[in-house]
Design a protein around this ligand. Structure first.
Ligand code: ATP
Ligand code: MG
Length: 360
């Protein structure tokens, strides 16, 4: 029902090219909209019902056609070609006779989903395909004032080349004279942070499954030489099935196969340890005044409450090791008894159930 109502809302919502969705969404997002969770949940079904593979492909095609041009236009100087982009360019671009340009008029703008330091994010529907996505609007003047054009360029460049179920997709981008628009995958269940605050802390099985998904995503990113560097609950969104979607690549970096790669990758593993602790305890492990936090980290001064299981405690202690060389690896995390216990076994059980169903 909620799906229908919202769909109906979309019917008479339209944004003409050049209209400012920020104006349109003003009443919805006067204060920093950190309360978008209920919105996201109520419309959550929509993404799942409307987004058939074909509509997604349709938008993707347009997005890909647009990638090269938009990249060179939106943010100069043009970004460097990656291998993957080059192959997309040769594969998709030349097959399409009349490339469509992405522009704001192609989208119907819905509710404000949230507000960041530099941009607002809206629920949006691509008119011709019905594809539901999140449109992030960044004002060029604000980016300039904040001196973060470079950071945004990097975010776009990196995120648009990533394809993993636990990494938020960036389908494409375009711009007008004042703004840059990012077409993002819609994360139906919003911020993980909000779920954590609401539940105070996650049960071990849930925390383990989230950490396993984070580990899979980080393994993928590191294989692509991307180091996120800003892993925290605020930067993790959730898909409609409660799956994790890493977002916010503003601080991430691309590293060639150099030697310090190893140390940089290890930064994400430290963060994974902090995240594990936070999921299980409900607060960060070294939380204190900035000076004290620093001291406590240096001393390894961390107390893990007694309700945390010995297996989870073991994993946290192996991740929150000051010496990067002694910190365990992503593969070791995947093989850790705590992860195996809650994830592999759960996976096997659900496989057994579905096998049983199939054999009936
Ligand atoms: P910062 O400016 O520090 O990055 P932020 O991450 O909160 O802050 P945005 O990435 O602009 O800023 O997102 C603002 C909010 O909009 C998020 O906190 C989230 O609630 C919501 N949001 C962003 N992207 C999506 C998305 N793809 N799907 C659903 N909600 C989203
Ligand atoms: Mg963010």
């Amino acid at each position: 029902m909620a799906t229908k109502t919202l769909e109906a809302r979309f019917e008479h919502l339209s944004v003409n090219d050049g209209n400012d969705p920020v104006q349109g969404g003003k009443s919805l997002s006067k204060q920093k909209d950190k309360g978008s969770l209920s919105t996201a949940v109520s419309i959550a079904g929509m993404g799942a019902t409307n987004q058939t593979a074909s509509t997604r492909n349709h938008l993707l095609k347009i997005a890909l056609q647009n990638t090269n041009e938009a990249r060179t236009n939106a943010l100069s100087p043009p970004a460097k070609e990656t291998e993957e982009n080059a192959s997309q360019a040769s594969g998709v671009l030349y097959e399409q006779p009349a490339p469509k340009k992405l522009h704001l008029g192609m989208f119907e703008i819905g509710k404000a989903l949230g507000k960041g330091k530099f941009g607002r994010v809206y629920l949006a529907k691509e008119r011709s395909s019905g594809f539901i996505c999140a449109l992030k609007v960044l004002h060029k003047s604000e980016l300039q004032q904040g001196g973060i054009q470079k950071q945004v360029r990097r975010e776009i460049e990196i995120q648009s080349n990533l394809r993993h179920p636990n990494v938020l997709r960036l389908f494409g981008h375009f711009h007008d004279s004042k703004r840059i628009f990012l077409i993002l995958e819609f994360a139906g269940k919003g911020e993980l942070y909000k779920h954590l605050r609401k539940e105070h802390r996650f049960p071990e099985w849930k925390a383990a499954q989230y950490i396993a998904q984070m580990t899979a995503a980080l393994k993928y990113l590191h294989k692509k030489h991307v180091i996120h560097r800003d892993i925290k609950p605020e930067n993790i969104l959730m898909g409609i099935h409660g799956e994790i979607k890493i977002s916010d690549f503003g601080w991430s970096m691309l590293k060639s196969g150099s030697q310090d790669n190893f140390y940089n990758e290890k930064v994400d593993l430290w963060s994974l340890g902090v995240l594990t602790y936070e999921f299980l305890v409900g607060e960060a492990p070294f939380e204190d005044t900035p000076v004290m936090t620093h001291r406590r980290i240096a001393r390894g001064d961390m107390t893990i409450p007694s309700f945390v299981s010995p297996e989870a405690r073991d994993l946290i202690k192996k991740l929150l090791v000051l010496d990067p060389e002694k910190r365990i690896s992503l593969v070791e995390v995947q093989q850790h008894p705590w992860i195996v216990k809650h994830c592999i076994k759960a996976e096997k059980a659900s496989q057994r159930v579905s096998n049983l169903k199939d054999s009936k």
